[in-house]
Design a protein around this ligand. Structure first.
Ligand SMILES: *Cc1c(COP(=O)(O)O)cnc(C)c1O
Length: 227
């Protein structure tokens, strides 16, 4: 399939998932994950109209960011070492993987120096898999309370990764739990957490049905080089 065919197919499936769940299409945003593809392909993706680009390592993203920085909005979706925060803050518009105080401190320090506010998702390990990053669900509320000490960090929502399932329907409880956690947290927040970053190539339709406002799509949308 060509890029445009993949874009059409993904769009059709997003629209259908919205219809099934009574959601509006404009409430679901797409991050095109370019971590598997070259600089050239990333340019084609952006010029085809996908303006939100996701990368998970700065050393993979650097050349792409330098080339296309003005033409896209940049999302950092990978786990981030605190000492690498200074590479990311000021370049990426969103960080999807905030999951500990030491990282929040590092982001805050750099954001303060640059006099900017960084939009962050709190990464939650809903499934409890040891291989996954993120806070346990019951750690999120105390963590958010702590974040109020960091004025240059704007928590905008929660992010999770579901375990890979051959049958995507089996990821539904993970996405549902993240939405329920977000709703519970919002009962006591003055500024609500608006967003849920959840759903990847294998499970984005289920995630949308469960309330995803950002899906992060790599292989199904951007492809992998060599396709
Ligand atoms: C790679 C990656 C994605 C996209 O993966 P696909 O399954 O190819 O869509 C989404 N989110 C995160 C955090 C990733 O690392």
């Amino acid at each position: 399939m060509t890029l445009l065919q993949r874009m059409e197919e993904v769009e059709r499936r997003i629209v259908a998932a919205c219809e099934r769940s009574g959601r509006r299409r404009e409430d679901v945003h797409v991050v095109a994950v370019t971590k598997y593809v070259s600089l050239d392909m990333t340019g084609r993706v952006i010029h085809a109209g996908l303006k939100h680009i996701g990368e998970n390592r700065w050393h993979h993203a650097e050349a792409k960011w330098n080339e296309f920085r003005e033409e896209a909005c940049w999302h950092f979706i990978g786990s981030l070492q605190s000492k690498k925060a200074k590479d990311i803050v000021g370049k990426f518009d969103y960080i999807h993987s905030l999951d500990r105080v030491s990282l929040a401190e590092a982001i805050e320090k750099q954001a303060q120096a640059l006099d900017i506010t960084v939009r962050c998702f709190i990464q939650v390990n809903v499934s409890g898999e040891v291989s996954k990053h993120g806070l346990a669900p019951d750690e999120v509320k105390p963590f958010l309370d702590k974040l109020s000490q960091y004025p240059h960090i704007e928590p905008i929502g929660l992010m999770t990764m579901a375990p890979y399932e051959a049958e995507p329907e089996e990821t539904r409880p993970v996405f549902r739990s993240l939405r329920q956690l977000r709703n519970e947290l919002n009962e006591t927040r003055s500024i609500p957490l608006q967003h849920l970053s959840m759903g990847m190539s294998n499970d984005f339709e289920v995630a949308i049905e469960e309330g995803a406002s950002w899906v992060r799509l790599g292989s199904i949308l951007v492809g992998q080089e060599g396709d």
